[in-house]
Design a protein around this ligand. Sequence first.
Ligand SMILES: Nc1ncnc2c1ncn2[C@@H]1O[C@H](COP(=O)(O)OP(=O)(O)OP(=O)(O)O)[C@@H](O)[C@H]1O
Length: 312
Amino acid sequence: MPSTSPAVEIEGLVMTYGDKRAVDGLSMQVARGSVTAVLGPNGAGKTTTLETCEGYRPPQAGTVRVLGLDPQRQRRELLPRIGVMLQAGGAWSGVRAMEMLDHIASLHAHPLDTAMLSDRLGLADCGRTPYRRLSGGQQQRLGLAMALVGRPELVFVDEPTAGMDPQARRTTWELLEEIREDGVTVVLTTHHMDEAERLADLIHIIDHGRLIASGSPTELTSGGRAATIRLVVTRPFPEGAPESLRRDLAPGTEVSQLGERSMLITGPADGTTLGIVSRWCENHDVVPESLALGRQNLEDVFLRLTGRELEG
Ligand SMILES: Nc1ncnc2c1ncn2[C@@H]1O[C@H](COP(=O)(O)OP(=O)(O)OP(=O)(O)O)[C@@H](O)[C@H]1O
């Protein structure tokens, strides 16, 4: 198996829970040595996809290969080569933080130094605290340490910074950037676009269990639709406002309603467009509270693709 082959290859994956199609024909790849973010709103199918890659669930249709191996049939071969940070738990409730980390380290041939790792992740002070008494953020950090301690070639991290304070988030981001420098492949799920924008070489956006867009953060947020205007008005928009405004704007300009008093206009957001938006407001008895020019971010991309906001 040449090392240039993808670290993860998913082809036509289908996963259902009863009648619910959590993953619906998903195909995507993760390049070796990259940080790839799987971005999507709650319930998009991110965790289910990761759990299938980790060998916790057999695919109901489609195929999954991780480091060239079948996560079900070749699990024993695969497990020592990957690290997994679960969204919740992963440790026994009564075990002390350091005991758990040392235990995981003892299962690996060449583990990292656990004292160094726990210090780095700010766990040194709670090393003797039972897992159930750790704060949510401390449990997350311990989960990350457990995923990294075996020097994996590939780590799956499910919402790595959920519940962390800003300082712990930054430390986690730095650590993930460092392990990438060491050539480790990182697959992370998140519904925080800033996390994906900061860390990821490649972003797969999924919604309703399907891949709806892929690209680098720059590719996804640039191009002809790079600029945005956010319009906030004093009272709720009249019925049909986005369609009416879109008719006045240049072809290719997109208008999405964000809330009852806010809209996002994506396209050639120049002086001409601003002028048209102001005139439209005047003609429709709409009073702008703010009209802000900006650069499209991943949240805007998601909104444009799905008509819904990413977080929430
Ligand atoms: N064990 C389960 N039993 C039944 N339905 C489930 C189960 N696990 C997940 N689901 C459903 O499958 C869909 C996908 O869930 P999944 O956890 O994979 O999404 P997610 O993108 O990781 O969401 P989140 O960001 O909230 O973690 C959701 O509608 C969820 O309610």
